[in-house]
Design a protein around this ligand. Structure first.
Ligand SMILES: Cc1cc2nc3c(=O)[nH]c(=O)nc-3n(C[C@H](O)[C@H](O)[C@H](O)COP(=O)(O)OP(=O)(O)OC[C@H]3O[C@@H](n4cnc5c(N)ncnc54)[C@H](O)[C@@H]3O)c2cc1C
Length: 408
Protein backbone atom coordinates (compact mmCIF):
# COMPACT_ATOMS: atom_id res chain seq x y z
CA UNK A 1 0.00 0.00 0.00
CA UNK A 2 2.89 2.33 0.79
CA UNK A 3 4.47 2.10 -2.68
CA UNK A 4 1.08 2.26 -4.45
CA UNK A 5 0.30 5.45 -2.57
CA UNK A 6 3.70 6.97 -3.33
CA UNK A 7 3.14 6.16 -7.02
CA UNK A 8 -0.31 7.70 -6.91
CA UNK A 9 1.08 10.89 -5.34
CA UNK A 10 3.86 11.09 -7.98
CA UNK A 11 1.29 10.74 -10.74
CA UNK A 12 -1.27 13.17 -9.33
CA UNK A 13 0.44 15.94 -7.36
CA UNK A 14 0.74 19.07 -9.50
CA UNK A 15 1.70 22.35 -7.80
CA UNK A 16 -0.92 24.28 -9.75
CA UNK A 17 -3.93 22.24 -8.60
CA UNK A 18 -6.18 24.02 -6.13
CA UNK A 19 -6.63 22.48 -2.69
CA UNK A 20 -10.26 21.83 -3.61
CA UNK A 21 -9.14 19.81 -6.66
CA UNK A 22 -6.44 17.96 -4.70
CA UNK A 23 -8.89 16.85 -2.01
CA UNK A 24 -11.36 15.67 -4.69
CA UNK A 25 -8.59 13.59 -6.32
CA UNK A 26 -7.56 12.12 -2.97
CA UNK A 27 -11.16 11.33 -2.14
CA UNK A 28 -11.80 9.70 -5.54
CA UNK A 29 -8.75 7.48 -4.94
CA UNK A 30 -10.05 6.61 -1.44
CA UNK A 31 -6.84 7.89 0.12
CA UNK A 32 -8.23 10.61 2.39
CA UNK A 33 -10.00 8.46 4.97
CA UNK A 34 -8.99 4.86 4.30
CA UNK A 35 -10.57 3.60 7.52
CA UNK A 36 -14.01 4.93 6.63
CA UNK A 37 -16.37 2.31 5.18
CA UNK A 38 -16.10 1.53 1.46
CA UNK A 39 -19.74 2.64 1.08
CA UNK A 40 -18.76 6.12 2.30
CA UNK A 41 -15.52 7.32 0.68
CA UNK A 42 -13.24 4.92 2.57
CA UNK A 43 -11.76 1.51 1.82
CA UNK A 44 -12.36 -0.35 5.12
CA UNK A 45 -8.58 -0.25 5.61
CA UNK A 46 -6.77 -2.00 8.44
CA UNK A 47 -4.60 0.05 10.79
CA UNK A 48 -1.52 -1.20 8.94
CA UNK A 49 -2.87 -0.03 5.56
CA UNK A 50 -3.91 3.30 7.05
CA UNK A 51 -0.41 3.74 8.49
CA UNK A 52 1.18 2.88 5.12
CA UNK A 53 -0.93 5.51 3.39
CA UNK A 54 -0.22 8.11 6.08
CA UNK A 55 3.51 7.40 5.87
CA UNK A 56 3.47 7.72 2.09
CA UNK A 57 1.91 11.19 2.31
CA UNK A 58 4.30 12.22 5.09
CA UNK A 59 7.38 10.99 3.18
CA UNK A 60 6.25 12.68 -0.03
CA UNK A 61 5.90 15.94 1.93
CA UNK A 62 2.63 16.89 0.19
CA UNK A 63 -0.66 18.14 1.62
CA UNK A 64 -2.63 15.44 3.45
CA UNK A 65 -6.40 14.96 3.79
CA UNK A 66 -8.76 17.60 5.25
CA UNK A 67 -8.49 17.96 9.02
CA UNK A 68 -10.84 19.24 11.71
CA UNK A 69 -13.62 18.14 14.00
CA UNK A 70 -15.99 17.49 11.11
CA UNK A 71 -13.92 14.56 9.85
CA UNK A 72 -12.78 13.50 13.34
CA UNK A 73 -16.25 13.38 14.94
CA UNK A 74 -18.99 14.69 12.62
CA UNK A 75 -18.40 12.02 9.97
CA UNK A 76 -18.37 9.00 12.31
CA UNK A 77 -21.43 10.36 14.16
CA UNK A 78 -23.29 10.81 10.86
CA UNK A 79 -22.24 7.37 9.61
CA UNK A 80 -23.27 5.69 12.86
CA UNK A 81 -26.45 7.55 13.82
CA UNK A 82 -27.51 9.67 10.82
CA UNK A 83 -30.35 8.84 8.44
CA UNK A 84 -29.54 7.83 4.87
CA UNK A 85 -30.66 11.29 3.73
CA UNK A 86 -28.32 13.00 6.25
CA UNK A 87 -25.38 10.86 5.13
CA UNK A 88 -26.03 11.79 1.48
CA UNK A 89 -26.32 15.45 2.41
CA UNK A 90 -23.31 15.88 4.75
CA UNK A 91 -20.68 13.23 4.13
CA UNK A 92 -19.56 14.30 0.61
CA UNK A 93 -18.64 17.83 1.76
CA UNK A 94 -16.85 16.48 4.84
CA UNK A 95 -14.91 13.90 2.81
CA UNK A 96 -13.76 16.48 0.27
CA UNK A 97 -12.99 19.15 2.88
CA UNK A 98 -15.50 21.66 1.51
CA UNK A 99 -17.08 22.02 4.96
CA UNK A 100 -15.55 22.37 8.40
CA UNK A 101 -17.63 21.55 11.48
CA UNK A 102 -17.18 22.43 15.13
CA UNK A 103 -18.32 20.87 18.40
CA UNK A 104 -20.87 22.94 20.32
CA UNK A 105 -20.91 21.08 23.65
CA UNK A 106 -19.20 23.01 26.51
CA UNK A 107 -20.91 25.94 28.21
CA UNK A 108 -19.81 28.28 31.02
CA UNK A 109 -21.77 26.06 33.46
CA UNK A 110 -21.18 22.71 31.76
CA UNK A 111 -17.66 21.43 31.05
CA UNK A 112 -16.62 18.25 32.87
CA UNK A 113 -20.23 17.96 33.97
CA UNK A 114 -21.38 18.20 30.36
CA UNK A 115 -24.87 16.83 31.00
CA UNK A 116 -25.63 20.17 32.73
CA UNK A 117 -25.91 22.03 29.42
CA UNK A 118 -28.69 24.60 29.49
CA UNK A 119 -28.62 25.95 25.93
CA UNK A 120 -32.33 25.78 25.07
CA UNK A 121 -33.99 24.11 22.03
CA UNK A 122 -37.72 24.86 21.56
CA UNK A 123 -39.78 23.20 18.85
CA UNK A 124 -41.47 25.54 16.35
CA UNK A 125 -43.20 23.58 13.59
CA UNK A 126 -40.56 21.87 11.43
CA UNK A 127 -37.81 23.83 13.13
CA UNK A 128 -36.19 24.30 16.53
CA UNK A 129 -35.29 27.69 18.02
CA UNK A 130 -31.95 27.76 19.84
CA UNK A 131 -30.99 30.19 22.62
CA UNK A 132 -27.93 30.06 24.87
CA UNK A 133 -24.13 30.18 24.96
CA UNK A 134 -21.38 27.71 24.15
CA UNK A 135 -17.69 28.19 25.00
CA UNK A 136 -14.24 26.78 24.09
CA UNK A 137 -15.61 25.97 20.63
CA UNK A 138 -12.51 25.03 18.63
CA UNK A 139 -12.47 26.28 15.06
CA UNK A 140 -15.97 27.83 15.19
CA UNK A 141 -14.79 30.73 13.04
CA UNK A 142 -13.72 28.23 10.36
CA UNK A 143 -16.90 26.18 10.47
CA UNK A 144 -20.00 25.97 8.34
CA UNK A 145 -21.91 23.80 10.82
CA UNK A 146 -21.69 22.65 14.41
CA UNK A 147 -22.57 19.53 16.38
CA UNK A 148 -24.91 20.95 18.98
CA UNK A 149 -26.26 19.39 22.15
CA UNK A 150 -29.15 21.43 23.59
CA UNK A 151 -31.80 20.99 26.27
CA UNK A 152 -35.34 20.61 24.93
CA UNK A 153 -37.00 19.42 28.15
CA UNK A 154 -36.14 21.01 31.50
CA UNK A 155 -38.64 18.76 33.35
CA UNK A 156 -36.61 15.62 32.59
CA UNK A 157 -33.52 14.48 34.56
CA UNK A 158 -30.37 16.13 33.29
CA UNK A 159 -29.17 13.28 31.05
CA UNK A 160 -32.59 12.76 29.49
CA UNK A 161 -34.01 16.06 28.16
CA UNK A 162 -31.22 16.63 25.60
CA UNK A 163 -31.35 16.54 21.81
CA UNK A 164 -28.52 16.58 19.24
CA UNK A 165 -28.50 18.72 16.09
CA UNK A 166 -26.19 19.70 13.26
CA UNK A 167 -26.73 23.46 13.13
CA UNK A 168 -25.93 25.86 10.31
CA UNK A 169 -23.64 28.59 11.70
CA UNK A 170 -24.09 30.91 8.74
CA UNK A 171 -27.30 32.54 9.99
CA UNK A 172 -28.17 35.81 11.75
CA UNK A 173 -28.89 34.28 15.19
CA UNK A 174 -25.30 33.05 15.64
CA UNK A 175 -22.48 35.23 16.98
CA UNK A 176 -18.92 33.87 17.25
CA UNK A 177 -16.27 35.61 19.40
CA UNK A 178 -12.64 34.35 19.39
CA UNK A 179 -10.79 33.81 22.72
CA UNK A 180 -7.08 34.76 22.85
CA UNK A 181 -4.82 32.13 24.47
CA UNK A 182 -1.46 32.44 26.25
CA UNK A 183 0.39 30.97 23.24
CA UNK A 184 -0.89 33.88 21.14
CA UNK A 185 -3.37 31.83 19.10
CA UNK A 186 -7.16 32.18 19.13
CA UNK A 187 -7.99 28.57 18.54
CA UNK A 188 -11.31 28.52 20.31
CA UNK A 189 -14.34 30.78 20.62
CA UNK A 190 -17.50 31.71 22.44
CA UNK A 191 -20.65 31.05 20.40
CA UNK A 192 -23.90 32.85 21.22
CA UNK A 193 -27.29 31.66 19.93
CA UNK A 194 -30.04 34.23 19.83
CA UNK A 195 -33.20 32.74 18.28
CA UNK A 196 -31.03 30.73 15.88
CA UNK A 197 -32.90 28.13 13.83
CA UNK A 198 -32.24 24.49 13.03
CA UNK A 199 -34.47 22.29 10.92
CA UNK A 200 -35.89 19.13 12.50
CA UNK A 201 -34.38 17.25 9.55
CA UNK A 202 -30.96 18.24 10.95
CA UNK A 203 -31.64 16.46 14.25
CA UNK A 204 -29.50 13.36 14.81
CA UNK A 205 -31.39 10.48 16.43
CA UNK A 206 -34.53 10.88 18.55
CA UNK A 207 -35.70 13.82 20.60
CA UNK A 208 -34.36 13.30 24.17
CA UNK A 209 -31.61 10.94 22.94
CA UNK A 210 -28.94 13.65 22.74
CA UNK A 211 -26.85 12.34 25.63
CA UNK A 212 -26.20 8.99 23.94
CA UNK A 213 -25.04 10.73 20.75
CA UNK A 214 -22.96 13.20 22.78
CA UNK A 215 -21.06 10.46 24.62
CA UNK A 216 -20.51 8.57 21.36
CA UNK A 217 -19.11 11.79 19.82
CA UNK A 218 -16.73 12.18 22.75
CA UNK A 219 -15.63 8.58 22.27
CA UNK A 220 -14.80 9.31 18.62
CA UNK A 221 -12.95 12.45 19.74
CA UNK A 222 -10.89 10.68 22.39
CA UNK A 223 -9.96 7.71 20.28
CA UNK A 224 -9.15 9.94 17.32
CA UNK A 225 -7.18 12.62 19.17
CA UNK A 226 -4.02 10.57 19.26
CA UNK A 227 -4.40 8.97 15.84
CA UNK A 228 -2.98 11.79 13.78
CA UNK A 229 -4.57 13.16 10.67
CA UNK A 230 -3.49 10.61 8.14
CA UNK A 231 -0.06 11.90 7.10
CA UNK A 232 1.12 14.78 4.98
CA UNK A 233 1.06 18.47 5.79
CA UNK A 234 -2.17 19.36 7.56
CA UNK A 235 -4.62 22.01 6.38
CA UNK A 236 -8.03 22.68 7.96
CA UNK A 237 -11.16 21.87 5.99
CA UNK A 238 -13.87 24.34 5.04
CA UNK A 239 -14.32 27.39 2.89
CA UNK A 240 -14.05 29.68 5.95
CA UNK A 241 -10.43 28.59 6.49
CA UNK A 242 -9.73 30.36 3.18
CA UNK A 243 -7.47 27.72 1.59
CA UNK A 244 -9.74 25.84 -0.81
CA UNK A 245 -9.04 27.89 -3.92
CA UNK A 246 -5.30 28.36 -3.38
CA UNK A 247 -2.73 26.37 -5.36
CA UNK A 248 -1.38 23.41 -3.44
CA UNK A 249 2.28 24.15 -4.24
CA UNK A 250 2.06 27.69 -2.98
CA UNK A 251 -0.07 26.60 0.01
CA UNK A 252 2.47 23.98 1.01
CA UNK A 253 5.20 26.62 1.15
CA UNK A 254 2.92 29.00 3.01
CA UNK A 255 1.94 26.46 5.68
CA UNK A 256 5.55 25.39 6.18
CA UNK A 257 6.74 28.97 6.46
CA UNK A 258 4.05 30.25 8.80
CA UNK A 259 3.00 27.10 10.61
CA UNK A 260 -0.45 28.60 10.14
CA UNK A 261 -2.35 25.36 10.72
CA UNK A 262 -4.18 24.74 13.99
CA UNK A 263 -1.83 21.96 15.11
CA UNK A 264 -0.66 23.17 18.49
CA UNK A 265 0.77 19.92 19.76
CA UNK A 266 1.94 17.85 16.80
CA UNK A 267 5.29 17.60 15.12
CA UNK A 268 7.39 18.07 18.24
CA UNK A 269 8.88 14.60 18.52
CA UNK A 270 10.79 14.71 15.26
CA UNK A 271 11.90 18.25 16.11
CA UNK A 272 13.39 17.10 19.42
CA UNK A 273 15.84 14.91 17.53
CA UNK A 274 17.28 17.95 15.78
CA UNK A 275 17.97 20.05 18.89
CA UNK A 276 21.64 20.75 19.30
CA UNK A 277 22.47 19.56 22.85
CA UNK A 278 25.85 20.69 24.10
CA UNK A 279 27.50 17.93 26.20
CA UNK A 280 25.13 15.17 24.97
CA UNK A 281 22.01 13.67 26.48
CA UNK A 282 22.11 12.72 30.18
CA UNK A 283 20.65 9.67 31.94
CA UNK A 284 17.37 11.32 33.00
CA UNK A 285 16.78 12.59 29.49
CA UNK A 286 17.45 9.12 28.09
CA UNK A 287 14.86 7.70 30.53
CA UNK A 288 12.31 10.23 29.29
CA UNK A 289 13.02 9.14 25.71
CA UNK A 290 12.38 5.50 26.64
CA UNK A 291 9.14 6.49 28.44
CA UNK A 292 8.01 8.24 25.28
CA UNK A 293 8.79 5.16 23.19
CA UNK A 294 6.93 2.85 25.62
CA UNK A 295 3.94 5.18 25.83
CA UNK A 296 3.67 5.26 22.04
CA UNK A 297 3.80 1.47 21.73
CA UNK A 298 1.11 0.88 24.35
CA UNK A 299 -1.02 3.52 22.61
CA UNK A 300 -0.56 1.71 19.29
CA UNK A 301 -1.80 -1.58 20.75
CA UNK A 302 -4.81 0.14 22.33
CA UNK A 303 -5.55 1.88 19.04
CA UNK A 304 -5.73 -1.53 17.35
CA UNK A 305 -8.22 -2.77 19.96
CA UNK A 306 -10.41 0.31 19.39
CA UNK A 307 -10.33 -0.16 15.62
CA UNK A 308 -11.37 -3.79 16.05
CA UNK A 309 -14.35 -2.92 18.27
CA UNK A 310 -15.49 -0.08 15.99
CA UNK A 311 -15.41 -2.55 13.08
CA UNK A 312 -17.76 -4.78 15.07
CA UNK A 313 -20.14 -1.81 15.30
CA UNK A 314 -19.38 -0.97 18.95
CA UNK A 315 -18.75 2.59 20.17
CA UNK A 316 -15.25 3.24 21.53
CA UNK A 317 -15.44 2.55 25.28
CA UNK A 318 -13.02 2.95 28.17
CA UNK A 319 -10.06 2.32 25.80
CA UNK A 320 -10.83 5.71 24.27
CA UNK A 321 -10.21 7.32 27.66
CA UNK A 322 -6.90 5.50 28.05
CA UNK A 323 -5.91 6.71 24.57
CA UNK A 324 -6.53 10.28 25.61
CA UNK A 325 -4.31 9.72 28.67
CA UNK A 326 -1.55 8.13 26.54
CA UNK A 327 -1.70 11.16 24.28
CA UNK A 328 -1.41 13.74 27.07
CA UNK A 329 1.19 11.62 28.85
CA UNK A 330 3.32 11.58 25.69
CA UNK A 331 2.86 15.32 25.23
CA UNK A 332 3.82 16.02 28.84
CA UNK A 333 7.02 13.97 28.57
CA UNK A 334 7.97 15.61 25.27
CA UNK A 335 7.29 19.06 26.70
CA UNK A 336 9.59 18.43 29.70
CA UNK A 337 12.24 16.75 27.60
CA UNK A 338 12.09 19.51 24.98
CA UNK A 339 12.54 22.28 27.52
CA UNK A 340 15.42 20.41 29.21
CA UNK A 341 17.17 19.93 25.90
CA UNK A 342 16.72 23.60 25.01
CA UNK A 343 18.38 24.71 28.25
CA UNK A 344 18.47 28.49 28.76
CA UNK A 345 17.10 29.02 25.23
CA UNK A 346 13.82 27.59 26.55
CA UNK A 347 13.14 30.95 28.21
CA UNK A 348 12.90 32.74 24.84
CA UNK A 349 10.19 32.73 22.20
CA UNK A 350 10.31 33.41 18.46
CA UNK A 351 10.66 31.59 15.16
CA UNK A 352 14.40 32.46 14.89
CA UNK A 353 15.21 29.98 17.71
CA UNK A 354 16.20 26.32 17.32
CA UNK A 355 13.44 24.26 15.63
CA UNK A 356 11.69 27.57 14.94
CA UNK A 357 10.71 28.07 18.59
CA UNK A 358 8.32 25.10 18.41
CA UNK A 359 9.37 23.75 21.80
CA UNK A 360 8.52 26.97 23.62
CA UNK A 361 5.26 27.37 21.68
CA UNK A 362 4.38 23.81 22.59
CA UNK A 363 5.21 24.48 26.27
CA UNK A 364 2.60 27.26 26.30
CA UNK A 365 0.04 25.12 24.44
CA UNK A 366 0.39 21.89 26.40
CA UNK A 367 -1.85 22.74 29.41
CA UNK A 368 -4.88 22.92 27.13
CA UNK A 369 -4.25 19.38 25.82
CA UNK A 370 -4.93 17.80 29.20
CA UNK A 371 -8.27 19.67 29.36
CA UNK A 372 -9.48 19.36 25.75
CA UNK A 373 -11.75 16.42 24.97
CA UNK A 374 -12.48 15.97 28.71
CA UNK A 375 -9.81 16.60 31.36
CA UNK A 376 -7.34 13.91 32.44
CA UNK A 377 -9.02 13.74 35.87
CA UNK A 378 -12.38 13.07 34.25
CA UNK A 379 -10.87 10.38 31.98
CA UNK A 380 -9.55 8.67 35.12
CA UNK A 381 -13.04 8.83 36.68
CA UNK A 382 -14.48 7.18 33.55
CA UNK A 383 -11.87 4.40 33.61
CA UNK A 384 -12.42 3.92 37.36
CA UNK A 385 -16.19 3.67 37.03
CA UNK A 386 -16.64 1.90 33.69
CA UNK A 387 -13.67 -0.44 33.63
CA UNK A 388 -12.61 -0.98 37.24
CA UNK A 389 -16.17 -0.92 38.66
CA UNK A 390 -15.33 1.68 41.33
CA UNK A 391 -18.22 3.56 43.01
CA UNK A 392 -19.67 6.40 40.93
CA UNK A 393 -18.51 10.00 41.31
CA UNK A 394 -20.98 11.87 43.54
CA UNK A 395 -23.75 13.60 41.59
CA UNK A 396 -27.32 14.81 42.01
CA UNK A 397 -30.07 12.20 42.15
CA UNK A 398 -30.26 11.02 38.52
CA UNK A 399 -34.08 11.19 38.68
CA UNK A 400 -34.28 14.88 39.71
CA UNK A 401 -35.76 17.10 36.95
CA UNK A 402 -33.04 19.39 35.55
CA UNK A 403 -34.99 22.53 36.50
CA UNK A 404 -34.91 21.47 40.20
CA UNK A 405 -31.14 20.78 40.38
CA UNK A 406 -29.45 23.65 42.28
CA UNK A 407 -27.11 25.58 39.91
CA UNK A 408 -23.74 26.89 41.16
C1 LIG B 1 -7.87 23.15 23.63
C2 LIG B 1 -9.30 22.98 24.00
C3 LIG B 1 -10.23 22.79 23.01
C4 LIG B 1 -11.56 22.62 23.35
N1 LIG B 1 -12.45 22.47 22.33
C5 LIG B 1 -13.75 22.34 22.61
C6 LIG B 1 -14.70 22.27 21.56
O1 LIG B 1 -14.36 22.32 20.38
N2 LIG B 1 -15.99 22.15 21.88
C7 LIG B 1 -16.44 22.09 23.17
O2 LIG B 1 -17.63 21.94 23.37
N3 LIG B 1 -15.56 22.18 24.20
C8 LIG B 1 -14.23 22.31 23.95
N4 LIG B 1 -13.32 22.42 24.97
C9 LIG B 1 -13.82 22.46 26.35
C10 LIG B 1 -13.46 21.24 27.17
O3 LIG B 1 -14.22 20.11 26.78
C11 LIG B 1 -13.72 21.63 28.62
O4 LIG B 1 -12.80 22.66 28.92
C12 LIG B 1 -13.49 20.46 29.55
O5 LIG B 1 -14.52 19.53 29.40
C13 LIG B 1 -13.40 20.92 31.02
O6 LIG B 1 -14.48 21.74 31.35
P1 LIG B 1 -14.27 23.15 32.08
O7 LIG B 1 -13.27 23.93 31.30
O8 LIG B 1 -15.61 23.75 32.29
O9 LIG B 1 -13.58 22.80 33.48
P2 LIG B 1 -14.33 22.26 34.79
O10 LIG B 1 -15.28 21.20 34.43
O11 LIG B 1 -14.85 23.42 35.55
O12 LIG B 1 -13.11 21.59 35.56
C14 LIG B 1 -12.14 22.36 36.30
C15 LIG B 1 -11.12 21.40 36.93
O13 LIG B 1 -11.82 20.52 37.84
C16 LIG B 1 -11.55 19.15 37.53
N5 LIG B 1 -12.77 18.36 37.71
C17 LIG B 1 -14.02 18.71 37.34
N6 LIG B 1 -14.90 17.73 37.66
C18 LIG B 1 -14.17 16.73 38.22
C19 LIG B 1 -14.50 15.47 38.75
N7 LIG B 1 -15.77 15.03 38.76
N8 LIG B 1 -13.50 14.70 39.26
C20 LIG B 1 -12.20 15.15 39.26
N9 LIG B 1 -11.84 16.35 38.77
C21 LIG B 1 -12.80 17.13 38.26
C22 LIG B 1 -11.17 19.16 36.05
O14 LIG B 1 -10.33 18.05 35.74
C23 LIG B 1 -10.42 20.48 35.92
O15 LIG B 1 -9.08 20.32 36.31
C24 LIG B 1 -11.99 22.61 24.69
C25 LIG B 1 -11.05 22.82 25.71
C26 LIG B 1 -9.72 23.00 25.37
C27 LIG B 1 -8.74 23.22 26.47
Amino acid sequence: MYQDTRNWIDENWVDTLTLRQWWILMNDARLSFPRWPAAWFGRDASTAEQNDIARAFADAGVLGPPTGLGVLMGAPVTMTFGTEEQKQRWLPSLATGVEGWCQLFSEPGAGSDLASVSCRAERDGDEWVINGQKVWTSGALHSTRGMLVARNDFDQPKHKGLTYFIIDLEQPGVEIRPIKQMNGAAHFNEVFFNDARVSDSDRISDVNNGWAITTATLGFERSGLSEGAGGGVRVPAGKQAGFLDRNVGELLEYVRATRSHPDEYGGLLSSLQTINVSGGVNETQRQKMVSLYTNEHIAEMTRKRITASVKKGQSPGAEASTMKLHWTNGLRISRDLGMELMGAEGMLTGSDLQVEGKVQHFFLSMPSASIAGGSDEVQRNIIGEKTLGLPKDSQADPATPFKDIPKN
